[in-house]
Design a protein around this ligand. Structure first.
Ligand SMILES: C[S@@+](CC[C@H](N)C(=O)[O-])C[C@H]1O[C@@H](n2cnc3c(N)ncnc32)[C@H](O)[C@@H]1O
Length: 219
């Protein structure tokens, strides 16, 4: 996703109480950042403009969510979306945190973590060229990292518009030692509950491209 530089993004993020400026310096004790540190902790990887994160945070006040994205500009947009949604709902942003990090190195910022309840990966870049497959956020070497962070009954929920990425990911999950417990190639016609639409999902579904979704748990 290309985005023009937004001069306001970083200053607004710097003043934002739910934005972490230096994830590397944090040493991974993320739960203490939340009003309810004991609540289940969920991650969204590549949260983009924040629509999914915001809707999940509002729908699940009993859970804490961390949204991670590489691009600060994107997080600036996400911050505005989250503030607007929570204000409209008359709620304080108490169960969300966002920060910038390269997910290919996610284990570095979650040292010793073994208790993440859910990891959401929504419409990640499909990296179609064979030589780039290792960059996919669902590549087995990535899934191995996520698996180490999950609680024994934790899960990964993956959505995409991209059929080749989805079919390859089904194999990636199996290869990395996950059991696929739910799979649909048309979310709109499925019985899957509780998956708010992301910005990319709305865009692709408007073009008639169905969303594929799977839920996987460590075996
Ligand atoms: C195609 S967009 C999808 C955004 C959002 N999840 C949605 O469904 O609308 C992919 C997002 O993942 C982020 N991203 C891609 N690779 C990443 C990485 N290695 N680490 C962190 N974020 C990454 C991009 O900056 C972008 O915001």
């Amino acid at each position: 996703m290309r985005m023009r530089k937004k001069q306001w993004a970083q200053p607004e993020l710097n003043d934002c109480p739910f934005f972490c400026k230096d994830a590397a310096a944090h040493q991974g004790d993320w739960r203490k950042e939340f009003c309810r540190p004991e609540a289940p902790l969920c991650l969204e990887l590549g949260c983009g403009k924040g629509g999914f994160l915001s809707q999940m945070g509002l729908a699940h006040p009993e859970q804490n969510f961390i949204g991670i994205d590489l691009i600060s500009n994107m997080l600036g947009v996400a911050r505005r979306r989250i503030v607007a949604d929570y204000e409209a709902a008359g709620r304080e942003v108490e169960n969300l945190l966002i920060f910038s990090w390269d997910i290919s190195r996610i284990k570095e910022i979650f040292p010793g973590e073994k208790n993440i309840s859910a990891i959401y990966i929504n419409f990640c870049n499909p990296w179609p060229k064979a030589g780039h497959h290792k960059r996919r956020l669902t590549h087995p070497r990535q899934l191995e990292q996520y698996k180490a962070l999950l609680s024994p009954d934790g899960k990964i929920i993956f959505k995409t518009d991209d059929s080749p990425l989805f079919e390859a990911s089904v194999e990636y999950f199996r290869e990395a030692g996950f059991r696929i417990e739910y799979l649909t190639r048309n979310l709109g016609e499925s019985d899957f509950p509780d998956s708010p639409a992301t910005e990319h999902q709305l865009m692709f579904e408007a073009e008639g491209i169905p969303t594929k979704l799977l839920v996987a748990r460590p075996e």
